[in-house]
Design a protein around this ligand. Structure first.
Ligand SMILES: [Zn+2]
Length: 85
């Protein structure tokens, strides 16, 4: 087919948090990019807009959002405790 991607569209997720395409900020489905010369430069192609992103960058986005969510949950727990007393 001559396409530069392979496999089925899939989400990049850690736990419950799913990476969203940094380019269109809409699609969370990615295709695995074919990289014959640089097998270590593992990248994903957005199924929505076709932009290419490093897999590690997508994982980092998920990690950062997981931390932000955890901090928000912690803040909510703190204010809930304040409201009770
Ligand atoms: Zn996109």
């Amino acid at each position: 087919m001559g396409s530069d991607f392979t496999g089925a569209p899939h989400e990049v997720r850690v736990g419950r948090v799913v990476a969203v395409c940094p380019s269109c900020r809409h699609s969370s489905l990615f295709l695995r990019a074919k990289r014959k010369r640089l097998p270590k430069a593992d990248s994903r192609i957005c199924a929505g807009c076709g932009a290419e992103h490093f897999y590690t960058a997508l994982l980092e986005q998920v990690t950062l959002r997981t931390i932000a969510d955890a901090e928000r949950a912690l803040d909510n727990a703190r204010s809930a405790r304040r409201n009770r007393s």
